[in-house]
Design a binder for this molecule. Sequence first.
Ligand code: C5P
Length: 396
Amino acid sequence: MELHGKRIALGVTGGIAAYKAAELVRQLIREGASVQVAMTDAATRFVTPVTFQALSGRPVFTDQWDARIGNNMAHIDLSREADALLVAPASADFLARIAHGLADDLLSTLVLARDCPLLVAPAMNRQMWENPATQRNIATLRGDGIAILGPGCGDQACGESGLGRMLEPDELVAALIAHFQPKLLAGCRLLLTAGPTFEAIDPVRGITNLSSGRMGYAIARAAREAGAEVTLVSGPVALPCPPGVTRIAVTSAQQMREAVLQRAGENDVFVGVAAVADYRPASPATRKIKKDGGAPSPIELVANPDILAEVAALPVPPLCVGFAAESHDLHDYAEKKRRAKKIPLIVGNLISDGFGGDDNTLILFDDEGQHPLPTAPKIELARRLVARIATLLEKR
Ligand code: C5P
């Protein structure tokens, strides 16, 4: 319920992607939002208002002369009651009209008269998108502070393939959720590691740690939502990269170290969430090790570099944040690690509390003491950690 209590005015314009707006309404409502739909005349040729009325549970407005609003000012009232106005799909024609301030139907009048943020999700044929006229209009809208969501790339209804697809409903919902987050890290660059590392024994075997990567990915998403430029150095995980985040995929601790050290100097914050393998085989076999029936040969291990400690020891280190996942004596170990690695903030969690799941329970340890963050979804905890990081950055 990440949009709990939010009031969304959803404008639907004429395009085949209008059918996806029906699913979008469902998803917005599932996240706790209330949705008021307004459609252009062309949109009603693709999907009927009845569909949106049934899904949103509210009457749909299509006509600026609609007498259902007492003062006959639907164009004013609909935006005054909204926390955000999202137009999805936004056709090339509609974008052109609002770029020029036209107000010749209910939805364009609503856009002009609004006093809430406007987000648009363009949807059109790739040539229409690439047309200089559309690009000029998009630049104008961006300059006016309007958020342009997408478009995506891929197969189009016309049979062509390219840029111009409306983002999927779940991507639009994620963009709206991000829109509502306070921009606590605006202008800040944040680098983080996530997931496990994998240390090869031979071409098919290796040593790794159990880590789903979900906490680290949630922090990457939360930092991006808070306005940071985020680079995520990720070990092997089965997770999609959060929108707007730059991901660098690595396998071993040495690769992770190299990717981090190359970038640490140009970042304001470094968060080490990765479960880095403490040791790696000293000399991985280049060919698959075969069973020969005798006793297994021992594997000689060497210690991996401590990436976080190295970053913290840079002459001008970013604000460094570490993680301590422990099975017992969390407080002692976490505080010891914070001191040993010389970092201002460490995030402790008991392995039993959050491994691989949706929820976690964290305790933040910093110079001011302990700050418990009770059990909550990982994204919520990530947002609270981001808030703490923003506070520490301010104090620096
Ligand atoms: O030393 P330990 O693994 O217990 O500390 C955990 C913290 O240190 C995590 O933030 C982890 O990402 C980081 N770490 C690291 N490089 C290592 C080991 C841990 O960056 N080789």
